[in-house]
Ligand binder design. Sequence first.
Ligand code: CP
Ligand code: NVA
Length: 302
Amino acid sequence: MKHLLKLTDLSESEILDILNLADQLKYEKKHNIEHHYLKGKSLGMIFQKSSTRTRVSFETGMYQLGGQALFLSPRDLQIGRGEPIEDTARVLSRYLDGIMIRTFAQQEVEDLAKYGSIPIINGLTDFAHPCQVLADLMTIREYKGEFDNLKLAFVGDGNNMANSLIVGCLKVGMRVAIACPDDHRPDAAVLEFAKAYGDKFTITNDVLKACEGADALYTDVWASMGQEQEAEERKNVFAGYQINSDALKVAAKDAMVLHCLPAHRGEEITADVMDAHPEIFDEAENRLHAQKAVMVKLMAEA
Ligand code: CP
Ligand code: NVA
């Protein structure tokens, strides 16, 4: 594994290796065992969109591993004034040991990897959010002990989270059910990928049908970053695509509720469900451990 661009690039065993290392790093952190596996290394973090979790977990994670992280705003970088991504990739590769980038087009992340010579980590694009799904899988395994045949139901927009959850969950042996409006289905390439998994993957407009017997209920905002102009219109389109007490009633007993956050209580999730499911915050914490594992895998020997 040279980069983390999207989960389709990873094998099941590469995903499990990351999760195992993440568990180890979480244990070491809890027991104050120093783990400076990236001493002297630098990570550049390019953010074309806002972030709370991704920024803080990468930055503190790099520090805990003995390295340093540089926050690079496109407002300050020459990228913002039109310097091509190819040249940026070549130049930053001469200074840094890895780059994490959050941006709009997946192609930009792929191009950084193509033209640079250091590991590239996708910190969210319009297409994918692989770091989040690694943390989600880590959390599911912590609570459920295994993945085999567990069912995850995703309710809402067929967005970057839906795309990455479908790929990540199917790869580790879970079943996935998506409930979304017809005009907001996941990416066509992801649906094509899911076809190979037969009836382990289903897609419907019916929220309760998707949630039936699910071991984990997952949702995300109705309007993602970059869709702020459509936010009002989307409230109508997605009305009803919500994780609430009715969804929990048809889910498996002890079903987990997951959300990548930030959440909009009263829209994609009700406040009562959100507040009764603290595993959402374990999930947020696990961003730190999962991403530290990704950085060690990619950068320790690079
Ligand atoms: N879940 C997630 O990526 O959060 P941020 O947008 O705060 O980084
Ligand atoms: N789908 C959301 C995820 C945020 C972590 C977005 O892209 O804004």
